[in-house]
Design a protein. Structure first.
Ligand SMILES: Cc1cc2nc3c(=O)[nH]c(=O)nc-3n(C[C@H](O)[C@H](O)[C@H](O)COP(=O)(O)O)c2cc1C
Length: 346
């Protein structure tokens, strides 16, 4: 049983925070399959969070069943922390996660994400401040650093633990390494050896076999899954069953129907926020088809949501005709064209 501070997770499988992807529509889709121990938001600007509306902001819209939910903060200045933590208490966050790994140039330039690792004293202050303001579990997500440097990584990780971080997730790549590079899962094992708090391995898990190999090489306390979540939303359930022996109902994998469930979830967002999110999801989901690039391209090129949905339906009716019969095209169309049905937590 994975425990983060006093919070017990039923399955040691975590959804990775992903900008543009890990919003309410994807999270509820994952819950339909089960096997996810903890969900996550996208990274949230600690500066903007206090003024965002939970009913309207696509980053904060959430249904009551999306729990436990970690809110990931992107902090660039320690002064942002107190108002951000107050906002997270108001939002009923289950866990507060600190983004210490994002390598995006814009984020680094602003002094956040992986650039913070170059400034351990600033990170120390951020954690100390956050820790003094909340009893919620506090977690951190890191990469391995700018270069492979065991003593620096060890000192950094020990500092995280010393200042009160309750769990560390390690994306097993260096800061500048692309997703094409094989993740260094053994390095997660090193972090695990140094720390007493739980350590989660992240990077490159797309199948039950990957999960088994990652656990074998890292000895991690659990796994965090990113891109495979929009591609194979059923993967958490499979890993939970086959690796952790947890009883999760088997679900039929009907791709057009899964796509339609996701599209229905988009109706929680304001109409102008839906198309971008459908495109982002389709980019990954389309990988399930040998000719999925046709689906991805057709949706990508669509200037309206209705057009995108109709093009996706055309693709499914050609490539997956039998299963497409299960999709209630009109229901989805009506939801997508309708007003927002946000059921944000009060
Ligand atoms: C589109 C996209 C957006 C991401 N956004 C975030 C983010 O907001 N915060 C974060 O810590 N990591 C972010 N990541 C990194 C993922 O959380 C994860 O570490 C990475 O994708 C490796 O895991 P995977 O191989 O399972 O995808 C993002 C990755 C992708 C592909």
């Amino acid at each position: 049983m994975l425990k983060i501070k006093d919070k017990k997770l039923a399955v040691p499988l975590l959804l990775a925070p992903m900008a543009g992807l890990t919003h309410s529509a994807l999270r509820t889709l994952l819950l339909d399959f089960g096997g996810v121990g903890m969900l996550s938001t996208e990274m949230l600007s600690a500066r903007k969070l206090p003024v965002e509306s939970p009913r309207v902001s696509p980053y904060l819209v959430r249904t009551a069943r999306e729990a436990p939910l970690a809110y990931q903060l992107l902090v660039t200045d320690t002064r942002e922390i107190a108002p951000a933590i107050t906002a997270l208490h108001r939002l009923s966050a289950d866990v507060v996660d600190l983004n210490l790994g994002c390598p995006a140039p814009k984020v680094r330039k602003a002094g956040g994400g992986s650039s913070l690792v170059d400034n351990p004293e600033k990170v120390r202050l951020i954690i100390r401040t956050a820790r003094s303001l909340t009893d919620l579990p506090l977690t951190a997500k890191i990469r391995l650093g700018q270069r492979l440097d065991e003593p620096s990584l060890r000192d950094f990780c020990l500092m995280l633990q010393e200042e009160g971080i309750d769990l560390v997730t390690v994306h097993a790549r260096l800061s500048g390494e692309s997703f094409a590079r094989k993740p260094r899962w053994q390095w997660v094992g090193k972090v695990k050896d140094w720390l007493d708090i739980p350590v989660i391995a992240n990077g490159g898990i797309f199948s039950v076999e990957d999960a088994a190999r990652c656990l074998e090489q890292s000895g991690a306390d659990g796994l965090m899954i990113g891109r495979a979540a929009p591609q194979k939303p059923w993967l958490f359930a499979q890993i939970a069953r086959e690796i952790y022996g947890i009883s999760v109902d088997e679900c039929q994998i009907n791709l057009p129907w899964i796509y339609s469930r996701f599209a229905l979830g988009l109706a929680r967002f304001r109409p102008e926020r839906r198309l971008g999110r459908l495109k982002e999801f389709t980019h990954y989901f389309a990988l399930n088809y040998a000719f999925g690039h046709h689906l991805a391209m057709a949706v990508q090129k669509s200037s309206t949501l209705l057009l995108a949905w109709q093009r996706a339906c055309e693709f499914f009716s050609r490539s997956d005709a039998e299963k497409f019969k299960d999709v209630d095209v009109e229901e989805v169309e009506k939801a997508l064209m309708g007003k927002s049905v946000s059921e944000a937590v009060d």
